[in-house]
Ligand binder design. Structure first.
Ligand code: ZN
Length: 512
């Protein structure tokens, strides 16, 4: 029987339609031909060792690669922006994978270079230990029901410290703590074959083993420093890390010169800072409570641009005010309040700042400035305000705060510094002539921007704010409900709910 091309095309179209129909009936539990292929296949049994954290010129990549490549069922991959330098004589079968995108090459796709089901990220200088990678893999598979996705084993004689880690994206913060020893005796856990659950490791290098598809489900699978990068991403997902008691040997190496040590330390520090910047983490709270800041300071610009529509850009990213900015705002507020108090200027917390004080004794965690009202008649009593009013030019005080007349209207602004424009706004109010109603000359059209009876200020009251006792209207609740409407204290909302609502961001477990 002869089939014309037309009949053939018809038959093909019918067959394709039948297939599509079949697929649409079967989805979502569709049979394999209907589903889009997985981007990262499950892989073949075995482990791919990835060497990522090494630095020239004293790297040990060739010997580390040789040691692991000799193991059965283990493939070794060297992943780097630039090939190891000086050039390393890599054993046969060990590939170098370039992670640097280049205009004349296809984009780097490290996930395509790994064929095995498991990967191990191995620090430079580690040596293979017979059977240990396999035991790590078995421990991972045995513990995966409990959410364990990473298994670690130390490299060298020192055991890493097991830390807890909480990543709070909304607050731009990573909090480390000491993991509670399991059982009642610390010495018990070293001998515990099941391993110790940790959030992060500190103090010693470790091999990290995970499923290939888990590693490459991360947005930053191979970002250095690998251990910090993986533990932060794992914590942000609620993944657990299990530290086994066994360890890999560390190759003996001559002690580096002091200069080489210093270079290694500063390179490590720079990479760590770059990682936190990349992840949008501006504050690390260390196990002993010490704080490491990565955000803005007196000599750097503030972390966000000009605020439009009462909605700072970080709110649109689902984040609240960066902690460095809250800290700088608190410092500026405390300074300004102390200056006004010392000068005898009658003043009080206004707007969102008063709302935060009544709610939390602090700034509202998504606020971007501080508002203070004062009596216009008292302006000359404060030397900085008097100087600004007289000259129209900004004045920097001895503590580096910059006082100026706002360009936007009849009010003053005190910036954290010349470079960092986090600020307190000072609003001069006066009684409308012949009345007991407080008014001012510049109105921004915000809901809370309204006149109010002077009785709220006579006498002034106090409220806790940003670590100090601040002056406030004598009936803060009445004052706030007059300005923001009833229930303003109990029902938090973003300043401009038409742009973004608080409900979009709470319910998320990182909200606090
Ligand atoms: Zn900041």
């Amino acid at each position: 029987m002869r089939i014309t091309p037309c009949q053939a095309a018809l038959a093909a179209a019918i067959a394709l339609n039948l297939l599509l129909l079949l697929c649409s009936r079967l989805l979502p539990g569709a049979s394999p031909p209907c589903r889009r292929p997985r981007r990262v296949p499950d892989g073949v049994p075995g482990v791919t060792v990835i060497l990522r954290d090494f630095d020239g010129p004293d790297h040990d990549v060739a010997a580390t690669a040789r040691s692991f490549a000799a193991l059965p069922g283990v493939a070794v991959l060297v992943a780097a922006e630039v090939a190891p330098y000086p050039p390393a004589p890599l054993p046969a079968g060990v590939a170098v994978l370039s992670l640097r995108p280049e205009p004349h090459r296809p984009p780097p796709r490290p996930e395509l270079a790994v064929r095995t089901r498991h990967v191990a990220l191995v620090p430079d200088g580690a040596r293979a230990a017979p059977g240990l990678l396999r035991r790590m893999r078995d421990a991972l598979e045995a513990a995966s029901d409990s959410g364990t996705k990473v298994v670690a084993a130390a490299v060298g004689p020192r055991r890493p410290q097991c830390l807890t880690l909480e990543v709070d994206i909304k607050a731009w913060t990573a909090r480390y703590g000491r993991a509670e020893p399991r059982g009642d005796d610390r010495s018990d856990r070293r001998g515990d074959d099941r391993g110790e659950p940790c959030g992060a490791l500190d103090g010693a290098p470790a091999v990290l083993l995970l499923r290939t598809r888990d590693l490459f489900s991360l947005p930053f699978p191979l970002t250095r420093p690998v251990a910090a990068s993986l533990s932060l991403q794992a914590a942000a997902r609620g993944w657990r890390l299990l530290l086994l008691p066994a360890a890999f040997p560390l190759a003996p190496r001559p002690p580096p010169s002091p200069h080489a040590q210093w270079r290694a330390r500063s390179a490590q520090e720079a990479r760590r800072r770059a990682l936190l910047e990349l992840f949008g983490l501006k504050l690390e709270v260390l196990p002993d409570g010490a704080r490491r800041w990565h955000g803005c300071a007196k000599d750097t610009p503030r972390c966000f641009g000009t605020v439009r529509g009462q909605t700072p850009e970080y709110l649109l990213a689902g984040r609240w005010t960066p902690p460095c900015c809250l800290r700088a705002l608190r410092a500026t507020a405390r300074h300004v309040l102390a200056q006004l108090e010392a000068a005898g200027v009658r003043h009080w917390l206004e707007g969102g700042s008063l709302l935060g004080a009544v709610r939390l004794g602090d700034l509202i965690p998504w606020d971007y400035d501080v508002d203070v009202g004062l009596y216009r008649d008292d302006v000359p009593k404060c030397r900085w305000l008097a100087a600004v009013a007289a000259t129209g030019r900004p004045v920097e005080d001895p503590q580096g705060f910059l006082w100026e007349k706002a360009a936007e209207g009849e009010f003053f602004r005190v910036h954290f510094s010349r470079a960092n424009r986090l600020h307190v706004d000072l609003w001069p109010f006066y009684a409308r002539p012949g009345t007991a109603v407080m008014t001012k000359d510049t109105w921004l059209g915000h809901r809370q921007d309204v006149e109010f009876p002077e009785r709220f200020l006579v006498p002034l009251g106090t409220v806790a704010f940003a670590g100090v006792t601040a002056k406030a209207p004598n009936d803060p609740r009445g004052f706030l409900e007059l300005k923001f409407g009833p229930g303003a204290i109990e029902n938090p909302e973003y300043p401009n709910p038409e742009v973004r609502r608080l409900a979009q961001d709470v319910g998320n477990k990182t909200a606090r």
